[in-house]
Design a protein around this ligand. Structure first.
Ligand SMILES: [Fe+2]
Ligand SMILES: [Fe+2]
Length: 137
C-alpha cells in the first residue's frame, strides 16, 4: 500500500482527533520515506520514537473524548483492544529495531500504514459518529 495522506474524507467529525490523525499520518509517511531512501539509523530512530510517543498521546486523547459516553459506544472495548494491539503488533517491532538492530521491512511499514488507515476509517469513525451526535466537535 505504501503511503497515504490524511484528507477531509477521513474526518471523524472531531477537530482535535482529526488534527492528531493528520499529524500521525504525516509522521508515518516520513518514516516510510526515510526507510525507503535508506536514511541512517539515527534518523529512523527519531521518527520511530515520535510515532510511539504520538500514538500514546493520541490514544489517550480518544479515550478522554469517549470517557463520558463509554456505555453508549458499542465497540468501546474492541477499540481499546485495537489500540493496545497497535503496540504489540507493530510499534514494539520498531522499538526492537532500535534496541537490537532487528530489521525493518517494507511489509512492516505497509502494515503500519494499513493499520492506521483502516483504524481511522473503521473503528474511529464509529466513535466519531457517536461523539458528533452528542454535540462534540
Ligand atoms: Fe485515532
Ligand atoms: Fe482509535
Amino acid at each position: 500500500m505504501g503511503t497515504f495522506l490524511w484528507d477531509a474524507s477521513m474526518s471523524v467529525g472531531v477537530k482535535e482527533i482529526d488534527e492528531q490523525h493528520a499529524e500521525l499520518t504525516d509522521l508515518i509517511n516520513q518514516l516510510y520515506y526515510a526507510y525507503m531512501e535508506g536514511d541512517e539509523h539515527a534518523a529512523l530512530a527519531d521518527l520511530i520514537n515520535k510515532v510511539n510517543t504520538y500514538a500514546q498521546v493520541h490514544f489517550a486523547t480518544e479515550r478522554r473524548y469517549m470517557q463520558p459516553y463509554i456505555s453508549e459506544i458499542p465497540n468501546f472495548e474492541e477499540h481499546m483492544q485495537q489500540h493496545r494491539a497497535f503496540f504489540t503488533d507493530c510499534v514494539n517491532f520498531l522499538l526492537e529495531y532500535l534496541d537490537k538492530g532487528t530489521g525493518i521491512t517494507p511489509e512492516l511499514l505497509d502494515f503500519l500504514t494499513d493499520w492506521w488507515f483502516r483504524h481511522i476509517n473503521g473503528t474511529d469513525r464509529v466513535m466519531g459518529e457517536i461523539l458528533v451526535k452528542k454535540g462534540v466537535s
